[in-house]
Design a protein around this ligand. Structure first.
Ligand SMILES: Cc1cc2nc3c(=O)[nH]c(=O)nc-3n(C[C@H](O)[C@H](O)[C@H](O)COP(=O)(O)OP(=O)(O)OC[C@H]3O[C@@H](n4cnc5c(N)ncnc54)[C@H](O)[C@@H]3O)c2cc1C
Length: 469
């Protein structure tokens, strides 16, 4: 039974991080919600309880530093927006230095109790086995990385075979500013312009024979993570981890993703590189580049160490490291509009990790936005989008449009899930980074820190304005 309100309820499918937050945000506007959660009737391969908003792995929400860390900024914005997930995390905090870590049982219990006792929220324990019926005129699918197979199949049937991925094969993404352009150069292979290109679309890192051999040795010796049992997803052709390719033969990479053909080192035109690592622009802002063909199962520490052997990447800062995980997510940049609605199906939104964000906090924040958008629609109001300068807006922009779909590798695989990071924020206005009084010039990493601080301050100011605070 729907609890009393003059409005027709909005259906939220999935009571994880995103669905719980979406339900809360909707109900707080006075619109009733029916939250459908299958656990209790059917489990997943990773969840262990029937509690809402269960944390399936780590108990950390990562950095809580809102002055110079992107996820800390997202925490702060969510608190400003009255997030249930953040309120429950704050109330169940355990000591973890600068990070926000929680007692996982206390956290989930707090979310569950708040949702169960809300007068406008009804929780039903059932699997939604297909797309929401048309008479659910407003619905949010927030079924996460382990979406039940029947619903995943229905989403795929509706959106097309290429639109749903079942695991992510992630290549590392590097902050452009950390690449040494005295060593690297911009050039597309054979200077091909292609549709929408310039002939200088890639950043190229050259290697001589000795560097290449040392790199291959490091890859083969590198520490890898094993697939967990529930991750029994096979590799598919064209998406092999870089270290697996290296193991297949010393020359494999030189004839694959690291081939040097069609490239001339702008800094040393007469010397042909023995191998070349290419990076391709990853976001519309040009602040992030991904390492082409470098999907990997190497452990994070090993990745950073090995990839910094690449000439030009010695000081690379990674916006995200590579990985290979089981994960169900849609090709959001082509399927969703800016308010997270499935194109061609008004009233049906997606939220959480299934949209291609990554992480507890990011998933909850996209749930928060989807909930607010849906409630505004039900109430006949227009909700402006969060400014792109905010963490909310930067993440939403990545999911719904900021990502570049490349011409030579189109489709779902070029859109990969991402945590919030400063590379997703628009650059600062000139003059926004001010040197402290008396300081003639920035030293070491001080300028980078000052930039993060200015970006964070701008985000929080713009978010408060967006929320009318
Ligand atoms: C094994 C594993 C480990 C992870 N570790 C971390 C980590 O350490 N840190 C981190 O930040 N992120 C981690 N993640 C990512 C994490 O899943 C997401 O960050 C977050 O839980 C996603 O939130 P969500 O709400 O989108 O999905 P979930 O929290 O998974 O919630 C989705 C909910 O939908 C339900 N559901 C699915 N299908 C249906 C259906 N058809 N009908 C009804 N209900 C359905 C599920 O039971 C689930 O409760 C991990 C993911 C996995 C799979």
């Amino acid at each position: 039974m729907t609890k009393t309100s003059s409005h027709t309820p909005i259906h939220v499918i999935g009571g994880g991080l995103a669905g719980s937050e979406a339900a809360w945000q909707i109900a707080e506007t006075g619109v009733p919600v029916i939250l459908h959660e299958m656990r209790g009737v059917r489990g997943t391969d990773a969840h262990k309880t029937d509690s809402l908003a269960e944390l399936v792995c780590s108990n950390s929400f990562r950095s809580d530093d809102a002055t110079s860390n992107a996820v800390g900024v997202l925490h702060a914005e969510m608190r400003l927006a009255g997030s249930l997930i953040m309120r429950s995390a704050d109330a169940n905090q355990v000591p973890a230095g600068g990070a926000l870590a929680v007692d996982r049982d206390g956290f989930s219990a707090a979310v569950t109790a708040a949702l169960e006792s809300h007068p406008l929220i009804t929780i039903t324990r059932e699997e939604v086995a297909g797309l929401p019926p048309e008479d659910w005129d407003q619905a949010i699918i927030a079924t996460g990385p382990l979406t039940a197979p029947s619903l995943a199949a229905a989403i795929q049937a509706r959106t097309g075979a290429d639109s749903l991925a079942f695991f992510d094969a992630i290549a590392p993404i590097v902050h452009t500013a950390s690449i040494d352009m005295d060593i690297c150069w911009f050039q597309s292979r054979y200077d091909k312009v292609g549709p929408g290109g310039t002939g200088k679309d890639y950043i190229n890192c050259p290697m001589d024979e000795a560097q290449y051999n040392a790199f291959v040795d490091a890859l083969i010796a590198g520490d890898t993570t094993g697939f967990k049992e529930w991750e029994g997803t096979p590799y598919f052709d064209g998406c092999l981890p870089i270290e697996v390719m290296a193991e297949r033969g010393r020359e494999t990479l030189r004839h694959g993703p690291m081939k040097p053909m069609g490239l001339t080192n702008a800094h040393n035109p007469t010397v042909k590189a023995y191998a070349v690592v290419q990076l391709r622009q990853d976001n519309a802002l040009g602040t992030l580049y991904n390492m082409v063909g470098f999907q990997t199962k190497l452990k994070y520490g090993a990745q950073a160490e090995i990839f910094r052997l690449i000439p030009g990447l010695e000081n690379a800062e990674f916006a995200r490291l590579g990985g290979l995980h089981r994960n169900t997510y849609i090709n959001s940049p082509t399927l969703l509009d800016r308010s997270l609605t499935l194109k061609g199906r008004p009233g049906l939104r997606f939220a959480g990790q299934i949209t291609g964000c990554e992480g507890y906090v990011e998933s909850a924040s996209i749930g928060l936005l989807a909930g607010r958008f849906a409630a505004a629609e039900r109430l006949g109001q227009t909700l402006s989008l969060p400014p792109e300068t905010t963490a909310f807006g930067a993440l939403l922009n990545h999911i719904t449009g900021g990502h570049i779909v490349s011409d030579d590798e189109p489709g779902k695989r070029s859109f990969q899930p991402m945590n919030i990071n400063f590379g997703l924020f628009p650059p600062l206005e000139p003059g926004a980074v001010v040197r402290p009084e008396g300081l003639k010039r920035f030293r070491g990493k001080d300028k980078a820190v000052a930039k993060k601080q200015a970006t964070a301050a701008r985000a929080l100011e713009d978010c408060a304005r967006w929320l009318g605070r």
